[in-house]
Design a protein around this ligand. Structure first.
Ligand code: NAD
Length: 391
């Protein structure tokens, strides 16, 4: 028997995953949930959904879908909602997939408290949590993890990760994206909550959403950040969007010492002139940067196809039938099908997902502390760690 799954949050990003979760061969029943009924209707009425979706499996609240008998929930709601919603789902006996990040709110201490509660809930309930970090399944990240597992890098020396994405990006304007996320009932409630953070002096940061830059180096090296010193550039004081978002620093650059003795440089920039999401890893025997593998100084250029892990044939076929090549290789560097497959197979096989809660907090906590260091003129600060995932 396959598994039953509820999709919670059918906005812009959740919609991009609906056909993948629906068509995975191990999923035999799918439920739909959004506080906006028209967002449910888009899929409920689709021909492709009719074999796995029944109208009694439409829900307009997380509270209601948590009371269902579904095995797992996929939570792709706004980023300030993720951690409490995932914890609520696990408390109701559901395995849970969360869009990134664990949570972003304008209060670093609160983010760390949610990390702590997430780990505690996974440990106590035994439910599976997976973070849907797209960079983790970029072709180059898969390739570098394979080479790292074979010991080909030698000793790790240094790594870099960067997510450069200006609020004003012509390719993807973050002001437009943010305003879209406010254009729903959940979004309107956030506007009020933000006021409460403002009153108590809350601060947001590019480093409160650091998973696209940290996950590459951390997952390849299999090491976590131990301490950090960071610096930032102040936000333009006349920009009402940034002051509304409680952003004192628009760009933060951080240098970390890692648990394996290597150094890691992370950039999270939101007022910049380049859009880029990438990582590079350097070892004593081999290094990887920008699509090129270097061994004894000899470069080998790699294609995405060479770098990607294969998907099981029946899964690849099902995704292709559901949406063609654009569904298979379209989303965020072709990562979407891998994220879906990893979560479904982890639940079906009753095993820890690759990006479990213990791994996820290692992508999140370094950013929170980097922001703190940048606000204290680069003071070197220790980074909390919750240890390795239990077997
Ligand atoms: N590369 C990436 O990994 C990546 C890219 C884009 C977005 N994201 C993440 O995905 C999140 C969602 O982005 P989006 O653009 O789809 O936002 P969105 O506002 O379009 O969609 C969020 C949806 O969640 C629904 N929702 C909120 N609370 C709910 C509840 N309690 N019950 C049922 N439905 C609820 C809302 O009604 C809305 O339809 C972002 O905040 C971000 O964290 C990640």
């Amino acid at each position: 028997m396959g598994i039953s799954l509820g999709l919670v949050g059918l906005g812009e990003f959740g919609s991009a995953f609906a056909e993948l979760f629906r068509s995975h061969p191990l999923v035999d029943r799918i439920a739909l949930c959004d506080r906006e009924p028209d967002r449910i209707a888009r899929f409920a009425n689709r021909a492709s959904f009719q074999s796995k979706f029944h109208s009694r499996d439409a829900y307009e609240s997380l509270d209601d879908i948590c009371k269902s008998d579904l095995d797992a929930l996929v939570i792709i709601t706004q980023h300030w909602l993720h951690a409490p919603q995932c914890i609520q789902a696990m408390e109701h006996g559901k395995h849970v997939y969360s869009a990134v990040p664990i949570i972003t709110v304008p209060d670093g201490e609160e983010i760390l408290e949610w990390c702590d509660r997430l780990i505690e809930t996974c440990r106590r309930t035994g439910q599976r949590y997976m973070l849907g970090e797209t960079t983790y399944y970029h072709a180059d990240a898969m390739y570098c993890r394979r080479r790292a597992a074979a010991g080909d890098f030698g000793q790790f020396i240094y790594a870099e990760g960067e997510y450069l994405h200006s609020f004003d990006s012509p390719a993807c304007d973050l002001r437009v994206v943010y305003n879209h996320r406010l254009a729903s009932r959940a979004g309107q409630e956030w506007a009020q909550k933000l006021e409460e953070y403002r009153v108590r002096g809350g601060e947001d940061s590019p480093m409160h959403y650091p998973t696209h830059s940290t996950s590459g180096p951390i997952s390849v090296m299999g090491a976590h950040a131990v301490k950090v010193s960071a610096f930032g550039t102040p936000s333009q004081s006349d920009d009402p969007f940034l002051s509304d978002k409680l952003y004192p620093l628009s760009n933060i650059t951080a240098l970390f010492q890692m648990s394996n003795g290597a150094s890691m440089r992370i950039c999270e920039h939101r007022h910049c002139s380049i859009i880029r999401e990438t990582f590079r890893v350097y070892g004593t025997d081999a290094s990887y940067e920008n699509g090129v593998w270097y061994e004894k100084e000899r470069p080998t250029r790699l294609t995405e196809e060479e770098m990607r892990d294969p998907l099981p044939e029946e899964v690849r076929k099902a995704f292709l039938e559901a949406g063609g090549e654009s569904l298979l290789y379209g989303g965020h560097g072709g990562s979407h099908p891998y994220l879906v497959h990893e979560f479904i197979s982890a639940v079906a096989e009753d095993r820890m997902p690759a990006i479990n809660a213990w791994e996820a907090v290692r992508y999140m906590a370094p950013g929170v502390i980097a922001h703190r260091s940048a606000r204290r003129d680069g003071e070197i600060l220790p980074i909390p760690d919750w240890g390795d995932a239990p077997e």
